[in-house]
Design a protein around this ligand. Structure first.
Ligand code: ASP
Ligand code: MG
Length: 466
């Protein structure tokens, strides 16, 4: 099999973990492997924080501190993960050169007092640039042949939208040209998240972008599967902190992953796996620290006759705005004006509902946008068409997700019966006509109870099969 294996920051947080990851990769040595790595845990955050601070406060001491921290962190990790002294020496030399260049860049930013989006990308690329040589060295020290590559060296070429760069048309071809000669001969370890524009300037694919790197590479080299090794056991039926008997979902469709991530479960960003899904490459979410567990398989289409409800999620930091007034009844364009005003104010709308009396519209927004949203709507309807505008931040949104719900009668009945039985008052309801989710708003105090009730109503709990 041709496999892409992507490791997140928590999976390679330190030397012991990197050593473990190398052994894990070694278990699959009979396959054609490409590894994509993130930065060591929290490194990207540190780089960005300190780069901002360097530009704002010009504090060279803080740059020195960061450099020392990164040098210690990566040198220690290499020392533990790599047994062979010759290989360790090579890797330490390489790290030294990279850290030196990072130091120069940060020092420059300090003196200039300016951080452009281009230099932010350059600085933040160092998390992955320092991780890849260590993991590749760890593989070589246990007898696998391996090379490490930057995103650009692996053929990922993007536009120049720093911080959120998008691959150019011919990227897949270039990736294929660069990586195909290596596949099967050694294990290429590609630094995720980072790429280059056509002029060879470093770009990044957006925060969390190394998942995207892995699916892009997987689709370019026609991988059989893409495996995302994370610190969690796949995608779960609910947040285990709320529902103790939440289970891993063995198989889920791409559409359901999209619904889940809109509604708060962020194990895998749908945008990150889009290239894989478009090319129909199965994606697995596995647990680095429980590698024999089968995790979650994400496929393009949903299983026929599969489970109706897959998961229940909750978002707590939302707020509900309700606008009403007799002047709205039968008046064309009220909704458009309300939504337009919110869009102009940069407010994202999470849910909408309007009853057929047309006397009110309910809109759910993120709690942090509430004040701005209310001001925008008030300003838009100064003329009095809206009689009343109420806002409530003390609410949460519950979502029941499952592509199998489409066309199956009685799911909504079960959902709301469960709410009635558990004395949960439902404030607003919304279901898209795709019928892949039912979402509704409840008071914050009822949210956890609602999630637990639904999880048990649909029989989602139980022990994972191992
Ligand atoms: N290191 C990058 C970040 O923290 C990319 C990634 O981990 O996927 O955003
Ligand atoms: Mg809230």
């Amino acid at each position: 099999m041709r496999l892409i294996m992507k490791f997140g920051g928590a999976s390679i947080a330190d030397g012991e973990k990197i050593k473990w990851v190398a052994e894990l990769i070694n278990r699959y040595r009979e396959h054609e492997l490409i590894v994509v790595t993130s930065a060591l845990k929290d490194v990207t955050d540190h780089l960005l924080e300190r780069a901002d601070a360097a530009a704002d406060a010009g504090s060279i001491e803080s740059v020195h501190e960061l450099i020392k921290h990164l040098r210690d962190l990566h040198n220690n990790a290499a020392g533990i993960a790599i047994n062979d002294p010759v290989i360790l020496d090579q890797v330490l030399n390489e790290l030294d050169g990279r850290i030196h260049r990072l130091n120069q860049a940060l020092t420059g930013i300090c003196y200039l007092g300016e951080l452009t989006s281009r230099s932010r990308d350059y600085i933040s690329s160092y998390g992955e640039l320092l991780a890849a040589p260590i993991l590749s060295g760890a593989l070589r020290s246990i007898g696998m042949s391996s090379v490490h590559l930057t995103g650009g060296e692996a053929g990922i070429v993007t536009n120049s939208r720093y911080g959120d760069a998008k691959p150019l048309e011919d990227t897949r071809e270039r990736i294929c040209q660069r990586l195909t000669p290596l596949i099967g001969k050694c294990v290429p370890v590609v630094a995720g998240f980072i790429a280059e524009n056509e002029h060879g300037i470093t770009t990044t694919l957006g925060r969390g972008g190394s998942d995207f790197s892995a699916s892009l590479i997987g689709s370019a080299v026609h991988a059989d599967e893409i495996w995302f090794w994370k610190k969690v056991s796949g995608i779960m039926t609910a947040d285990p902190k709320i529902v103790p008997d939440a289970r891993t979902i063995p198989q889920i469709s791409y559409i359901e992953v999209m619904e889940l991530s809109y509604f708060g479960a962020e194990v895998l960003h749908p945008r990150a796996i889009e290239p894989a899904i478009r090319n129909d490459i199965p994606v697995r979410v596995l647990n680095t620290f429980d590698p024999d567990f089968t995790g979650t398989l994400v496929v393009r289409d949903q299983q026929q006759g599969g489970v109706v409800v897959k998961a229940v999620t909750v978002i707590e930091d939302i707020a509900l705005i309700n606008i009403s007034g007799a002047g709205m009844v039968g008046t064309i364009g009220v909704a458009a004006r309300a939504f337009g005003a919110l869009a102009d104010a940069g407010v994202n709308i999470t849910m909408i509902s309007q009853g057929s009396s047309e006397a009110n519209i309910s809109i759910v927004v993120e709690e942090s946008n509430l004040a701005c949203a209310v001001d925008a709507i008030r300003a838009e309807f100064r003329n009095g068409m809206i009689r009343e505008l109420t806002a409530d931040a003390d609410v949460s949104a519950i979502t029941v997700v499952g592509a199998g719900m489409a066309g199956i009668p009685g799911v909504a009945a079960s959902v709301f019966t469960a709410m009635g039985e558990n004395n949960v008052n439902v404030i607003m309801i919304s279901q898209g006509s795709s019928e892949h989710n039912i979402s509704f708003v409840v008071g914050s105090k009822d949210a956890k109870r609602a999630v637990r009730a639904l999880h048990s109503k649909f029989g989602l709990g139980g022990r994972d099969r191992r």
